[in-house]
Design a protein around this ligand. Structure first.
Ligand SMILES: Nc1ncnc2c1ncn2[C@@H]1O[C@H](COP(=O)(O)OP(=O)(O)OP(=O)(O)O)[C@@H](O)[C@H]1O
Length: 231
């Protein structure tokens, strides 16, 4: 479970202060699928980065899996992040010079997982995303949808409790976007909590719960309120 109480985030540059998040209160239960929508610049990525322990915050309290992460050291935060959180980004973020096997292996080496276990996890996760026969291929040899599936396999190989996706289908055509979305939903049905930022209201409709961010403030919205105006 994940719980935020009154979280605020301010970006400070030379003369400007941007209040990216203001007083965010949110509880996410284990196994939920939450879609996050909101206009450009409203704070969605900031919210996802704080949720995923990639960014810190000024005020408030954040309890992740029963642990208060508000005051933890960078080292402790990165350990928790590696153990519990998987990220999927719009741009896939695969390493062009590495084949698919090696792309998935990098974060597992970083986590100190032994070679035998790494091999098993890589093969399992590639199989799960339907790319079991492509381990020796390079990202450029794959379609955009396949590359995103590799990125999902890389996240899954870490066996995360929480999967955070920032516009995971943003670079894909409609058909590939659907396939990737169905894969993410399957993973969620198997128990992984999924939090996804999307501009696509059709995809947002698939979530258990919808939240909207407007000017750094988070609120639940009904599916019927998901309109193009929110984009
Ligand atoms: N590193 C940063 N330094 C300064 N300001 C930032 C930084 N990152 C984000 N901001 C500002 O914080 C606000 C929220 O940005 P954020 O990227 O979270 O919005 P978003 O909802 O994800 O936008 P989009 O849909 O366009 O990606 C914006 O005003 C943005 O300019």
């Amino acid at each position: 479970m994940l719980k935020m109480n009154n979280i605020s985030k301010i970006y400070r540059t030379d003369l400007v202060e941007t209040h990216a998040l203001s007083g965010v209160n949110l509880t996410v239960d284990e196994g939920e699928f939450i879609a996050v929508t909101g206009p450009s610049g409203s704070g969605k990525t900031t919210f996802l980065n704080i949720t995923g322990l990639l960014e810190t915050f000024e005020e408030g309290e954040y309890i992740l899996d029963g642990e208060d992460v508000s005051q933890l050291s960078d080292k402790h935060l990165s350990r928790l992040r590696n153990e519990k959180i998987g990220f999927i980004f719009q741009g896939f973020n695969l390493i062009a010079d590495l084949n698919l096997y090696d792309n998935i292996e990098v974060p597992l080496i970083f986590r100190g997982i032994n070679q035998k276990e790494r091999k098993q996890r890589i093969e399992e996760s590639l199989e799960l995303v339907g790319l079991g026969s492509r381990a020796n291929h390079y990202p450029a040899q794959l379609s955009g949808g396949q590359q995103q599936r590799v990125a999902i396999a890389r996240a899954l190989a870490g066996k995360p409790r929480f999967l955070l996706a920032d516009e995971p289908t943003g670079n894909l055509d409609t058909m590939m976007a659907r396939q990737v979305m169905e894969l993410l939903q399957d993973i969620n049905r198997q128990g992984t909590t999924l939090i996804m930022v999307t501009h696509d209201n059709e995809l947002a409709q698939r979530a258990h719960r919808n939240i909207q961010i407007l000017d750094g403030q988070v609120s639940d919205i009904a599916k019927s309120q998901l309109t193009d105006l929110a984009v």
